[in-house]
Design a protein around this ligand. Structure first.
Ligand code: BV8
Length: 239
């Protein structure tokens, strides 16, 4: 890990993929085809209506093939490559636009649309096609046990220990395109600030957690993120 510079942790949400054409959650008023997203993105919802939940993810997985990373995703990959200190990108998004833009030091804390998991044997594997209650697990052979490898409401986010450890040591915490309504991600700014980090919120508008940030950059991510990356790289190289 690079260590001759201040450490940066970045958190992204649906707003960083909005200009690539992926709908945000808030933009849909938290609804999908009339269903509350909390009801579709939950173990209870999956148990109650598995085919509806399979359809919710099948449509979003198929949509991945039609969208491209945008200038915000590219700017974050550029920052990671050029930054002299440690860098970690934590995303709440389940799309693959950060990795397609070149991000490497990346944690998908809410899982990934392009992976599926078996509830019987816990195997997980990349899967681009549809899933259904008839899908068969390639590891244990069970059918009806395949689910999206996504963290639903009420389920434990991924790599929380590693994320908390980085929040405790980072000098700069940047939150981009998230409404700050979903925990534990919405609490990361408090953890970083408590350990003395400079905190910056990048968003179209104010959010539920705006008051917790030292600084804000307002505007569409494809404009505000490249500008912030330039600002950080210029400021650092001038030392
Ligand atoms: C957990 C995968 C515990 C699914 C997702 C009561 C109070 C507080 C908390 C809770 C509570 N009841 C329950 C909880 C916990 C719950 C929670 O926080 N609920 C909320 C609704 C109150 N959290 C959980 O359940 C989490 N797990 O707590 O586990 C635990 C502990 C120990 C052991 C076991 C368990 C799990 C949460 C993960 C749920 N899964 N995603 C899927 O994607 O299908 S969350 C999902 O919604 C997204 O991943 C994302 O995280 C969230 C939406 O948030 P955003 O990304 O912020 O998107 P949003 O649309 O809201 O906002 C977009 C923003 O972008 C806006 O601000 C907008 O202005 C901006 N924007 C738009 N366009 C642009 C832009 N910005 C810049 N440029 C633009 N162009």
């Amino acid at each position: 890990m690079k260590s001759d510079g201040p450490e940066i942790v970045v958190l992204t949400g649906a707003g960083v993929s909005a200009e690539s054409g992926i709908a945000t959650f808030r933009g849909t008023d938290g609804l999908w085809e009339g269903h509350r997203i909390e009801d579709v993105a939950s173990p209870e919802g999956f148990d109650r209506k598995p085919q509806l939940v399979h359809r919710f993810y099948n449509l979003r997985r198929a949509a991945l093939r039609t969208v491209q990373p945008n200038a915000a995703h590219s700017a974050l990959a550029r920052l990671e490559a050029a930054w002299p200190g440690a860098f970690l990108l934590v995303t709440q998004n389940v799309d693959d636009l950060h990795e397609r833009a070149g991000s490497r030091r990346l944690i998908h804390m809410h899982g990934e649309l392009r992976n599926v998991r078996c509830t019987a044997c816990s195997a997980s594997w990349p899967w681009e096609e549809e899933t259904s209650t008839h899908s068969r697990c390639p590891s244990c052979g069970d059918t009806g046990t395949v689910r999206p490898d996504i963290v639903w409401f009420g389920e434990m986010p991924i790599d929380m220990d590693r994320i908390i450890a980085r929040l405790a040591t980072c000098a700069i915490f940047i939150s981009i395109g998230t409404s700050g309504q979903v925990y534990p991600a919405a609490g990361f700014v408090d953890t970083a600030a408590r350990h003395g980090a400079r905190t910056i919120e990048v968003n179209l508008a104010g959010t539920a957690t705006s008051k917790a940030f030292h600084e804000r950059r307002t505007g569409p991510a494809t404009e505000t993120v490249p500008a912030l990356v330039d600002e950080l790289l210029n400021a650092h190289h001038s030392h």
